[in-house]
Design a protein around this ligand. Sequence first.
Ligand SMILES: Nc1ncnc2c1ncn2[C@@H]1O[C@H](COP(=O)(O)OP(=O)(O)O)[C@@H](O)[C@H]1O
Ligand SMILES: [Mg+2]
Length: 234
Amino acid sequence: MAILEARDVETGYEDAKIIHGVDVDVYADELVTLIGPNGAGKSTLLKALFGMIECWDGTVVFNGEDITNLEPHRVTRKGICYVPQVDNIFPSLTVYENLRMGAYILDDVPEAALHDVYDRFPVLEERKNQVAGTLSGGQRQMLAMGRGLMVDPDLLFIDEPSAGLAPELVDDVFEKIVEIRDDGTAVLFVEQNARKALQVSDRGYVLEMGRNQFEGTGDELLENEQVEELYLGG
Ligand SMILES: Nc1ncnc2c1ncn2[C@@H]1O[C@H](COP(=O)(O)OP(=O)(O)O)[C@@H](O)[C@H]1O
Ligand SMILES: [Mg+2]
């Protein structure tokens, strides 16, 4: 059964409709990628699924429950965390303080989750007292993902985790995402690095101009000639 079922989602900004009836499913333990050209509406779709902007139409069902237009902190309580592309850490706080803030919906710091995050990202434990703004780009991305994992979500949304990273760091980030999936947290992520993302994904969706264009397993999309030509650089 899909843990996330989004159907006919429509949303946008002011009176500009950006997403025109999109469907997305994520099954438990799946790594799913959203690809598509710049401006296709990928980030907008994630925000609507997470309740950061209003869904104008359609439904978002999570673990069998309608969460359409629930506020983000309530969506987090249901088990979804969202790592935005930018402003995803507090630069003036320490690494530890950032992680603690990741669990702000809980009354206490979840020590078990904190240890899991430190195990997954040893560099965060080494630098727990360092001010986050002084981390490298790759370390910041690890921290952003670590924050999302502090509440042990069933599903993690990640928007362009590899943006601005050197190629060797892109592989590190993808490896971490695969590990997160392997350890039981489903992931829906947006990536410009489409070929590489599909190579590690169970399934993918191609979005263009706010509509579903293609969907399939990672391999199906990689082998699709149209997808290859239009979205993977031929
Ligand atoms: N806050 C905003 N206000 C108005 N328009 C926006 C806003 N954010 C994005 N858009 C517009 O929505 C469209 C989709 O953007 P976005 O979801 O960021 O695409 P993608 O993530 O696929 O690159 C673009 O035309 C963009 O200019
Ligand atoms: Mg985007």
